[in-house]
Design a protein around this ligand. Structure first.
Ligand code: TRP
Length: 450
């Protein structure tokens, strides 16, 4: 054992890992992104493809990535390097770790801007002026926020600052405590919204939109987006879960913990969809309106409820916490590497990494106003960063992780780590063949999209 491995911290328990991993998985991806992607991509068929991707590709890769982390017990870059060395494989494998750091930077840069929107909405809700609002009010409020690059910059900076404050302290008790309260709170809040949605006139239509597949609406591109969303929402393909796996004690079952996290993540996304689409149809809004979807619809629901501004501000506070536990995971691989390899202290490492993300985020922020018409390959800055990360880098990272864990790591080792018993064969077939081939097919069908 090297010193680096010896010094590496560990979670206090299985619960601590589950909390951290679900904190990473459950975030804006579930509540903000999933609904608007479903809306843009035609509903039920997209949801079905998404669920298939979670089960056949996401969960096996999640196990693979966690296992690699635990075997390596270092930052993803060093883990990949030392596991490749241990297996006598090509040292180029360590670039999988680098790919992840790059993807994490890019994702966090826009994640922080959107999380900033939800912070702005905490204040708007608490101010109470969303009570009894109309659709034109919510649309105007969102348009105003999009146009105000200065206000977005303030919130983007505040969110990034909060992330760095937590990350600089290390993966610790603080994070555990936040997640332990936040997660049940978010679940309760979503259930409240679901109950409200069930009483609206658009409920039937909303549920049909979400769960009745119309395969005519499915294109090669939307299948790619569904797969990318599975990676994004589970937090796979860039080292987040690998770095969390590296803090996982040996006796904890990887398969059971990851299955639990994936189930919780999927449940939260579906509950968010059930809360939102009935409202969309009740008010005759457009399901495909894009990234503003939750900001333009949910305030309408809060406006109708008793104590709406309280419920509304609480809801956006919970989104903020969900976002921050994910943003920590996005930046942790870079910070872990900087402090491990460069001997930079955690606070400094967080500051360096965070500054890069903050700076890149300005591009996203401007893409909603000044740069909205500046496009590359038909996409503005935000859309391009999102597409390159979720739909290219994450699935590519996923293929590589799957191949490395199932072909390069010795069967004897992965069998022992995963403790799947007779079901091990399933994992092996899924990671060796199904996931890489499926990702490759989806990629090739979507070719020409860029
Ligand atoms: N899964 C988070 C969300 O849904 C975001 C996230 C955390 C993530 N870690 C990640 C996305 C790693 C991609 C890769 O909001």
């Amino acid at each position: 054992m090297t010193d680096k491995r010896f010094l590496h911290g560990q979670w206090s328990s299985r619960l601590a890992f589950i909390l951290a991993a679900s904190g990473s998985a459950i975030g804006l991806g579930n509540i903000w992104k999933f609904p608007y992607l479903v809306g843009e991509n035609g509903g039920g068929a997209f949801v079905l493809v998404y669920l298939l991707c979670v089960i056949a590709i996401g969960i096996p890769i999640m196990m693979a990535e966690t296992m690699l982390g635990r075997r390596g017990r270092q930052s993803p870059i060093n883990t990949m390097a030392s596991l490749a060395e241990e297996a006598g494989a090509n040292p180029l494998w360590r670039y999988v770790g680098w790919l992840g750091v790059l993807a994490g930077f890019l994702i966090l840069s826009y994640y922080s801007v959107i999380a900033g929107w939800s912070m702005a909405y905490i204040v708007k809700m608490a101010g109470g002026f969303m009570d009894r609002v109309s659709t034109t009010d919510t649309q105007q409020t969102f348009l105003d926020l999009k146009a105000a690059s200065d206000i977005q910059l303030v919130w983007h900076t505040a969110f990034m600052g909060a992330t760095l404050l937590i990350v600089s302290k290390g993966v610790s008790q603080g994070l555990e405590r936040v997640t332990r309260i936040m997660m049940p709170g978010l679940l309760v809040m979503l259930l409240v919204l679901d109950v409200y949605a069930a009483g609206t006139e658009g409920f039937g239509q909303g549920m049909a939109f979400l769960f009745k597949p119309d395969f005519g609406k499915l294109t090669g591109e939307s299948v790619l987006i569904a797969m990318g969303q599975a990676f994004f929402s589970l937090g796979l393909g860039m080292g987040s879960i690998m770095v969390y796996g590296s803090y996982l004690p040996d006796h904890v079952s990887i398969s059971r913990s990851t299955a639990f996290v994936a189930a919780a993540d999927t449940l939260v996304a579906l509950l968010a969809g059930i809360a939102i689409f009935p409202v969309v149809f009740s008010y005759q809004l457009a399901p495909g309106m894009g990234p503003g979807l939750i900001f333009e619809t949910l305030p309408l629901a809060f406006g109708q409820m008793p104590a709406g501004s309280l419920v509304g501000s609480l809801f956006f506070i919970l989104i903020f916490f969900a976002a921050i536990t994910s943003s920590i995971a996005l930046i942790e691989p870079a910070v872990a590497w900087l402090s491990e390899n460069r001997g930079i202290s955690r606070p400094k490492a967080s500051l360096y990494a965070g500054s890069i993300c903050w700076f890149l985020g300005i591009g996203t922020l401007l893409s909603f106003n000044a740069w909205s018409n500046t496009t590359w390959f038909g996409r503005n800055f935000f859309e391009l960063v999102d597409f390159v990360t979720a739909d290219i880098l994450l699935p590519t990272g996923g293929i590589l992780v799957a191949i490395f864990a199932s072909w390069v790591v010795k069967t004897r080792d992965s069998e022992r780590e995963l403790e799947l018993g007779p079901r091990y064969v399933w994992w092996q077939v899924l990671t060796r063949f199904v996931a890489p081939i499926a990702i490759a097919i989806v990629f090739s069908h979507a070719m020409g999209v860029l």
